[in-house]
Design a protein around this ligand. Sequence first.
Ligand SMILES: Cc1cc2nc3c(=O)[nH]c(=O)nc-3n(C[C@H](O)[C@H](O)[C@H](O)COP(=O)(O)O)c2cc1C
Length: 150
Amino acid sequence: MLVPWRFIIVDAERATSLCDRLCDAFVEAEASSDAGAISKMTARLRTWLIGPPSIVFLVSCPNTGASIPECEQVFAAGAVATTLLHAVAARGFGTIWLTGWPAYAPQAHEILGVKPGETVVGLFPIGKPMKRPAERPRPRVEDLLTEWPG
Ligand SMILES: Cc1cc2nc3c(=O)[nH]c(=O)nc-3n(C[C@H](O)[C@H](O)[C@H](O)COP(=O)(O)O)c2cc1C
């Protein structure tokens, strides 16, 4: 059976340790960066990881030996991310699709146990929303549509 995605779940008890390890790894990796960039990322990691009861890391793990194109397997893992957003909302909880350094850096992969050939699709802190997120500009649907001219 081809299931080219998996989940790494971090509960609140382990989130502090994960956050500390990611912050340390970021500080080490970015030793030459300015202090502002380092404190911005470490603050971001704390906001994302400390507080929610659970954090899900969704991992794309394509089977390169399968007959299904690898890009399709990656798209399927992306679709799981959207399904996860809806499933969490349907249960009355909140989440957000996040990426950036903790999703892409090899140092973060090592800490999380993400293997070679795998990609982190995103991390999803899950909990009771504290406030409604601000609305943002949305694209006009018409701008996204092209009619095939035949
Ligand atoms: C692939 C992907 C990666 C994202 N990464 C981030 C991120 O790292 N930080 C962030 O604040 N928002 C990120 N977002 C955006 C939020 O997930 C999203 O804007 C938020 O949930 C509000 O939903 P909206 O898209 O309906 O406005 C990302 C979205 C996607 C699809």
